[in-house]
Write a protein that binds this ligand. Sequence first.
Ligand SMILES: Cc1cc2nc3c(=O)[nH]c(=O)nc-3n(C[C@H](O)[C@H](O)[C@H](O)COP(=O)(O)OP(=O)(O)OC[C@H]3O[C@@H](n4cnc5c(N)ncnc54)[C@H](O)[C@@H]3O)c2cc1C
Length: 263
Amino acid sequence: MHIVVCIKQVPNTTDVRINPETNTLVRDGVESIINPFDENAIEAALQLKDEHGAKVTVISMGPPQAESALRDALALGCDEVRLVSDRAFAGSDTWATSYALAQAIKSLGGADLILCGKQAIDGDTAQVGPGIAEFLGLPVVTYIRKLELLDDGARVRVERVFEDGYEVIESEMPVVLTVLKEMNIPRLPSLKGRMRAKRAEIPVLSAEAIGAEEEKVGLKGSPTRVVRIFSPPKKTGGMRIDGTSPLDAARLLVEKLKEQRVI
Ligand SMILES: Cc1cc2nc3c(=O)[nH]c(=O)nc-3n(C[C@H](O)[C@H](O)[C@H](O)COP(=O)(O)OP(=O)(O)OC[C@H]3O[C@@H](n4cnc5c(N)ncnc54)[C@H](O)[C@@H]3O)c2cc1C
């Protein structure tokens, strides 16, 4: 079984700052980490490898410094890594990113299972997993918290979480799954893993190597146009209603809601 895990390197903060002039994320002075949900995707792949035997390949699309995220994946016990990186990819939106990652997976000979995180903590769109599935013509199940293989790895059964419950879904493989934090607790790297990762060569896949069509990547291949991007103003403190009986508190609350034209 070949499992491909897609990981994104993200800034280690949820307090994403934006440069108002360039409309881009401010990355200076912020440490980079593997997107937290992608750590759960790696752990899910490694657990399948431990239980059933599998080759786990981790891919990331990004600038050369994304190499360090791939070294971290190797240190955890993943078998192979690929950095999908080329100047031609600069300016790629989620559509072009999904296309490039799908092409990279094709260039690796495909996969039986493709795991992504639920969403990236910086871009936050949750579009790339389903996008990859669409470009590969594969089924996709999002928001997974549990995964088991059926019929000797011919199918999967997963639990997909939604607001007030969960669904149990079975799918043929190959399939793309996007995973939640509840899925597992990611392991820590071993010393041996760290040593191996430190010495490893990180293969880079260019646009040409993955057979990406020029007009489908980078700014040219990106239908999204960012018109304006800004940090929303911080919310001011709310109002506390207490010191009265529940009935008086309820009356006061209704009054305040009417004043604010909420009701
Ligand atoms: C017009 C435009 C231009 C942009 N230009 C650039 C640019 O020049 N450089 C740049 O870095 N970003 C750029 N971006 C942002 C980039 O498109 C997104 O960060 C990227 O597509 C992922 O979207 P997301 O962060 O919402 O991930 P989500 O869709 O929320 O991620 C879901 C999952 O998909 C996988 N995934 C997502 N991204 C990657 C990746 N890169 N590699 C491997 N797996 C991944 C992970 O498993 C992740 O958990 C641009 C965006 C727009 C709209």
